[in-house]
Write a protein that binds this ligand. Structure first.
Ligand SMILES: [Zn+2]
Length: 66
């Protein structure tokens, strides 16, 4: 079941500097852990997250840029 926060599709982890696609959430993304730790920030688009310095999540997006 996809989930979005405030209608935003992408959740980025300020600790690992990775961004996750909430519509393609995988167990390995550990979204609950990110939110619980308070490391979550949100973006409308993937490019916006990348421009803010976040790398693609391996499990939900792929094509890591680093
Ligand atoms: Zn992910």
């Amino acid at each position: 079941m996809p989930r979005r926060a405030n209608g935003k599709k992408f959740l980025a982890n300020t600790n690992t500097k990775e961004v996750h696609d909430l519509d393609n959430e995988q167990t390995n993304c550990q979204i609950d852990e990110i939110i619980a730790a308070g490391h979550d920030v949100y973006f409308d688009t993937l490019i916006a997250a990348q421009l803010s310095g976040y790398d693609n999540g391996h499990w939900c997006i792929g094509d890591s840029t680093r």
